[in-house]
Design a protein. Structure first.
Length: 91
């Protein structure tokens, strides 16, 4: 049978020595487009590359357009089902 306490005591020093203290990299985030490291405080989380900035603007425009169309279709869908019920109740 394996002694769990003895195994833990042998494993801890080896694991502690392999990991450097404080981590090897400073805290950072990654660019949403190319995944390169950027500062944590970068508000649009992209690097300074012009292609990444243009791609982010294109994605945000596309997301806004999609959100607007979804609201329009949801409104039409809701009106299709709720409109007749309201008309029947009023009439």
């Amino acid at each position: 049978m394996v002694d769990a306490k003895a195994a833990k005591s042998r494993a801890k020093p080896a694991a502690a020595q392999s990991m450097p203290r404080g981590g090897g990299m400073p805290p950072h985030a990654h660019c949403r487009i190319c995944q390169c490291p950027v500062e944590l405080k970068a508000d649009p989380r992209v690097c300074k590359d012009s292609e990444c900035v243009a791609e982010l603007e294109r994605r945000e425009t596309s997301e806004r357009r999609m959100r607007t169309w979804m609201l329009i279709f949801f409104g039409l869908f809701a009106f299709t089902f709720i409109g007749p019920i309201l008309l029947r109740a009023a009439g």
